[in-house]
Design a protein around this ligand. Structure first.
Ligand code: EPU
Length: 437
């Protein structure tokens, strides 16, 4: 075992229990200085699931300290893997996995864990995984996962809230996804790693996290090409071809976007390190249009300087490489105090405007019509007590609080801690007056 890695339990929280914790922000301070991004949550979680393919040890580097990482560790431990979480690293030994059932009480807490279905089916020819159900942001169906696995030759059924999948053998084929779902691309890609012959996924999700997952699979001995494009080719290999590996997690583009929007909301000038600018072109293009000055320093630094007042803009969330749904709520907080009227159209989720009611408590002027939000920029947001309903809504409220007059108190922090590692400390390091109590 790597001596640097040992079992670490979720970070101990000081003060009141998490449910009662709040972030208190005295708004109005511009942000200056340097901040570093962590590894991407949505890449790490899937690579942890993919580690189930290997009879051996895989190590992930650049891993953020998030409750979701601990939750995924609990799920794969439940299946029989050994997981050690250390400072910035996770080590997984899946040699002794002997259980193929991911139960409701675990999957319902972390939807990303549904991606254990593909690796379990590939390696053990069977899996029973709880249906994750809907969540605060939308219905989140799994029909494309189901259809894709069936096309590979699996029998897939749903009974009493569980997906049952089994296959004597999986056989590669061409699978067209009606929409470029991340989760379906991942589950099908991971199931196909050990299928007989070649699988081609057409209209695959092109997100950088999918490429990172494919890099992981190639590092453990799989054969995937085309990840990052709409056509992914997986050449099946044998179980005995797979082996342990050490893989680096890509930077978290959502965290980077959150810092960009924070400085735009408050004014100031910040440098973001440990980021991949190629993953953020849609965001950089949008914020430039709004009046931010963006400079890119290869290979992994972006500087963002706010305008004295940002301009309104319209945007539509679309699959990568378009503007990401995960940054829609955080950007809305900038638009809420920008000059002019903006329209945001959300096309990925049915219900991803939960932040709007809370932003209105902070004096934002936002009207919802169908899947669009019309945002009339006000001169200044006002601090208020607000509650987050999901991860990105939490980021949105924190950005609004940094910009607002007076004090903002944000509760519902369990959502924030799922996806941001020490966000308030990093923002305080940039000059924000922000504390957790
Ligand atoms: N969809 C279907 N059928 C399917 C699969 C998806 O209709 O079989 C629909 C969903 O209902 C949803 C849309 O397609 O409306 C997009 O779903 P997708 O499968 O792409 O999303 P996901 O894999 O469940 C990941 C991220 C989300 C991110 C989306 C879109 C993780 C753990 N989650 O979810 O991240 O919003 O892709 O980019 O990777 C977040 O980080 O805050 C977050 C929610």
């Amino acid at each position: 075992m790597n001596p640097q890695i040992s079992r670490v339990d979720p970070p101990a929280k000081h003060g009141p229990p998490e449910a009662e914790q709040r972030i208190i922000i005295r708004g109005g301070k511009p942000l200056f200085g340097k901040v570093r991004c962590e590894g991407a949550k949505n890449a790490v979680l899937k690579m942890m699931a993919a580690a189930l393919l290997v009879e051996g040890v895989t190590v992930l580097r650049n891993v953020p300290a998030l409750t979701d990482v601990h939750m995924m560790a609990s799920i794969i431990r439940h299946l029989g893997a050994t997981v050690d979480i250390g400072e910035g690293e996770v080590r997984i030994d899946a040699t002794n996995v002997n259980d193929f059932e991911a139960p409701y009480e675990l999957v319902s807490q972390l939807r990303a864990s549904f991606v254990v279905l593909g690796p379990l089916l590939a390696r053990f020819h069977q899996a029973k995984v709880s249906l994750p159900g809907g969540c605060a942001i939308g219905e989140r169906r799994i029909d494309l996962h189901e259809r894709g696995l069936k096309q590979l030759g699996a029998e897939v059924g749903i009974d009493h809230g569980y997906v049952y999948a089994s296959a004597k053998k999986l056989v590669g084929t061409r699978i067209y996804l009606e929409r470029p779902s991340n989760g379906a691309t991942e589950n099908i890609m991971l199931a196909a790693v050990l299928a007989e012959g070649q699988t081609i996924i057409e209209n695959a999700a092109q997100d950088p996290e999918i490429s990172n997952l494919a890099d992981f699979v190639n590092a453990i001995g799989g054969k995937i090409s085309g990840a990052g494009t709409y056509q992914i080719v997986i050449d099946g290999v044998k179980q005995s071809d797979l082996h342990g590996a050490v893989v680096e997690t890509i930077p978290d583009r959502c965290e980077a976007g959150t810092f960009m929007f924070a400085v735009m909301a408050t004014g100031g000038d910040i440098t973001i390190d440990g980021v991949n600018p190629h993953h953020l072109y849609s965001v950089i293009s949008k914020i430039t249009e709004m009046g931010a000055e963006v400079s890119i320093f290869a290979p992994d630094t972006i500087k963002v300087k706010a305008a004295s007042r940002m301009r309104a803009t319209d945007l539509t969330t679309v699959p990568y490489p378009g503007f990401p749904t995960d940054l829609q709520a955080p950007l809305m907080s900038v638009l809420a105090a920008a000059e002019g009227t903006s329209i945001i159209t959300e096309t990925i989720y049915e219900n991803r405007f939960m932040q709007v009611g809370e932003l209105r408590r902070m004096a934002a002027d936002i009207v919802l019509t169908g899947n669009s939000a019309v945002i009339k920029g006000v001169p200044k947001l006002m601090g208020a007590e607000v509650k987050s309903s999901d991860l990105r809504a939490a980021a949105s409220l924190i950005i609004a609080g940094l910009a607002a007059d007076g004090v903002t108190e944000v509760t519902g922090l369990s959502h924030l801690d799922r996806g941001y590692d020490k966000l308030e400390d990093k923002l305080r390091g940039l000059g924000g007056d922000i504390w957790r109590r």
